[in-house]
Design a binder for this molecule. Structure first.
Ligand code: COS
Length: 384
């Protein structure tokens, strides 16, 4: 749902200008330095980018899903590391609170997340629990008016910067499945909570992931999201449904950027006496990329509209995430191909995107998990 087209267009234009003028020129630098500089983070805060999805009553922009994906199309047009910095506050690091938090939890965290004063992070994955998220082993043992957390979380995005973690932990050791899991809001800096060294990754330099380790970490009972045990897995799944759609929109944005790069390069690069854009085999690579990107964009927009109408979206989101993330992988591969040798050389920036986009097919649910979700949806529907 778009509430006011003019306001949205103006926000999208502002974000597009910021991306073109401030982020694109800094892509190589943040990859080399492995960090987004403070002045850019401050500008992101000033633009309200940390609070796109947080309700207005808590200081965010309160965008609808259709509005949010439109902005994500713009934010996708640069190195994904920039988007990653604001990604958790808008997605998996805040939405557990927005969806299932108590009024007190919302008041305590959402205004600071919306302003970007703190970074929110989502701690689900563990060394032994990736795709099989419900098998997680981190425990939260109730002791009087506290819970005591023990366990290790892995590959946690923005962990080194985080001010608050949404942590999924098992409160009922007798229930080894999803029903034994609860979600907690854990402040960084608590005794018994430590962050590992940032992981060395294939791409997305400037975005950081790390282990989060709980060793007898005591949190107040009021940290339990929604104040109810056993709901944590469902909270995580609802948050991921939404997050996967946002990621799909980012994939579309990156693909649009790469298609533009391909067209510009192919129009200027002369071989056999003419720009390579005039050769049909090169045109085929650009055309396939555009058609696939347009298809993914339509899926993302339609799924966002469904969510805004309150319809179920789990299967549609899985379809969108699979299509968009696989699509951008193919587009990045073709971009390298159109650039030829230059596509393999760091100075041209294309190989960096090729490595960066590989993550989209893995995180917030691998392509194989999306297939499983889609197939389950079909089989459930057939049962009636
Ligand atoms: N929204 C709301 N509730 C959901 C849900 C969704 N999208 N998906 C599942 N649930 C509910 C189910 O309805 C079920 O509730 P009941 O017990 O009341 O029936 C419960 O959660 C358990 O669901 P299910 O039986 O489907 O759980 P599985 O263990 O089979 O796991 C998958 C389902 C595989 C889909 C899940 O583990 C998953 O998404 N794995 C990937 C994790 C991931 O994306 N990790 C990335 C890291 S986080 S960046």
């Amino acid at each position: 749902m778009i509430r006011d087209q003019e306001t949205l267009d103006s926000l999208a234009e502002t974000v597009a200008r910021f991306v073109a003028e401030r982020l694109v020129p800094n892509e190589a630098k943040i990859a080399d330095d492995d960090r987004v500089p403070d002045d850019i983070v401050a500008e992101m805060r000033a633009l309200g980018l940390f609070g796109l999805s947080i309700p207005e009553e808590y200081g965010g922009l309160g965008l609808t899903m259709e509005e949010e994906v439109r902005i994500a199309f713009e934010l996708g047009q640069t190195s994904p590391a920039f988007r990653s910095l604001i990604g958790t506050n808008n997605g998996i690091g805040s939405q557990g609170i927005v969806m299932d938090g108590t009024p007190e939890q919302k008041r305590r965290y959402l205004p600071r997340l919306a302003k970007g004063e703190i970074v929110g992070s989502f701690a689900l994955t563990e060394p032994e629990a990736g795709s099989d998220a419900a098998s997680l082993r981190t425990t939260a043992r109730r002791e009087g008016d506290h819970y005591v957390l023990n366990g290790t979380k892995r590959f946690i995005t923005n962990a080194p910067q985080a001010g608050v973690f949404t942590v999924m932990a098992r409160t009922n050791p007798a229930d080894k499945g999803p029903g034994g899991i609860s979600a907690f809001l854990v402040d960084a800096g608590l005794s018994g909570l430590s962050i590992g060294k940032p992981d060395k990754k294939m791409g997305q330099k400037g975005a950081h992931t790390a282990d989060v380790v709980f060793d007898q970490c005591k949190v107040p009972a009021s940290a339990l999201i929604g104040g109810v045990e056993g709901q944590g897995f469902k909270t995580a799944m609802k948050v991921l449904d939404r997050g996967r759609l946002h990621i799909s929109a980012v994939c579309v944005g990156v693909a649009q950027r790469l298609i533009r790069e391909m067209v510009t390069y192919a129009s200027n690069r002369v071989q056999f006496g003419k720009p390579i854009a005039q050769f049909q085999l090169v045109q085929a690579m650009m055309a396939d990329s555009q058609a696939e990107c347009y298809g993914a964009r339509c899926m993302v927009e339609e799924t966002a509209r469904r969510r805004d109408r309150g319809l179920p979206i789990t299967v549609e989101v899985a379809c969108s995430k699979m299509m968009a993330s696989e699509m951008v992988g193919r587009v990045a591969d073709r971009a390298v191909q159109v650039f030829g040798g230059a596509g393999y050389i760091a100075d041209y920036g294309i190989e960096r995107f090729y490595r960066d986009v590989r993550l989209f097919r893995l995180y917030e649910g691998t392509t194989q998990i999306q297939q499983l979700v889609i197939a389950r949806g079909l089989l459930d529907a057939a049962k009636g």
